[in-house]
Ligand binder design. Structure first.
Ligand code: NDP
Length: 284
């Protein structure tokens, strides 16, 4: 039976480091690190994520500035706020909780955030830096960064491994594929048009599932001993489920992340890490 990777415990260690770095920043610069969190609309899941992020900031000594629009606002109001936050010296990181309501152009809003304050790492400049393998310190997409830390926590090397990522979104699939490549894995990216998905996933030493479909990855799709990272967060009336059929797959996998308690807590910890690293590198 596979070893369950404890994302909560790992995220607690990351947060301890963040807290120490945030205190160091305050001693050096005479002010706290600041993160602005912007929520537009009344999506209940977004409300939970925003609340958790604000709580995590407080626990690590990071000042949070929270802005909630009810969803009826024009795009120009959100853009104006972003401009003000870009100029605000107390703000080191800006996070716009996705998804945005349909009448607001997500790309335009994300593009407006200063790349130096892009705590989520979604700006094209930072995504481009990641693609080029350059220095994207403090601005690497949080979930992919957390996934790499989870894999590294097993002590198994990534170098030379065959990694399969199921999902090609801009916020998870593509950036995690880039990070795995940077760590010298041989990477295959699968998506909804992939043929013979099972044949491909069965070759994976490292399997990352970022699809958004409950239990789409079953035991027969997994190579014995593989490290399986479940990004999926699928809610229904009976609870929260991953993309991986945990009970079946844990019998086959070498290491596996649970849902909840795997990737989710690491995403928040990496957001805080990005914010503090971004604060140090902004040099203001
Ligand atoms: P998207 O909907 O943006 O992307 C889903 C991807 O899965 C797409 O690339 C899609 O392919 C692919 N896909 C869909 N159906 C299949 C299929 N049958 N076989 C293979 N691939 C398929 O989702 P996200 O990347 O934003 O999120 C994925 C999941 O991760 C969601 O459950 C989300 O809630 C969760 N998530 C969790 C986070 C955390 O912190 N734990 C953070 C972010 C996301 P195509 O491109 O062809 O449409």
């Amino acid at each position: 039976m596979g070893i369950v990777i404890d994302g909560k415990a790992l995220s607690a260690r990351v947060k301890d480091e963040v807290k120490a770095r945030a205190a160091e920043f305050e001693r050096e610069r005479g002010r706290k690190v600041g993160l602005a969190v912007v929520k537009v609309g009344d999506d209940p899941a977004s409300a939970i994520y925003v609340r958790n992020k604000i709580r995590a900031c407080e626990a690590c000594g990071i000042l949070s500035f929270s802005y909630c629009f009810d969803g009826g606002e024009k795009q120009s109001a959100v853009i104006e706020l972003i401009d003000a936050l870009n100029a605000d010296k107390r703000v080191d990181g800006i996070l716009v909780q996705l998804p945005l309501p349909k009448h607001i152009d997500e790309k335009a809003v994300l593009a407006r955030i200063s790349p130096a304050k892009d705590a989520d790492g979604f700006h094209t400049v930072n995504a481009g830096n990641l693609f080029l393998g350059g220095d994207a310190t403090g601005h690497i997409a949080c979930t992919p960064r957390g996934i790499i830390e989870l894999i590294k926590s097993t002590g198994e090397p990534i170098c030379g491994k065959r990694a399969v990522v199921v999902g090609r979104s801009n916020i998870v699939g593509k950036p995690v594929a880039m990070l795995l490549l940077q760590n010298d894995a041989t990477v295959t990216v699968c998506h909804s048009r992939t043929k013979d998905l099972k044949e491909i996933t069965r070759t994976a030493d490292i399997l990352v599932a970022a699809v958004g479909k409950k239990h789409i990855i079953t035991a027969d799709m997994v190579k014995r001993g593989a490290t399986v990272i479940d990004v999926g967060m699928n809610r229904d009336d009976s609870g929260l489920y991953g993309d991986v059929d945990f009970d079946g797959v844990k019998e086959i996998a070498g290491y596996i992340t649970p849902v909840p308690g795997g990737v989710g807590p690491m995403t928040i910890a990496m957001l805080l890490a990005n914010t503090v690293e971004g604060a140090f590198s902004r040099n203001e």
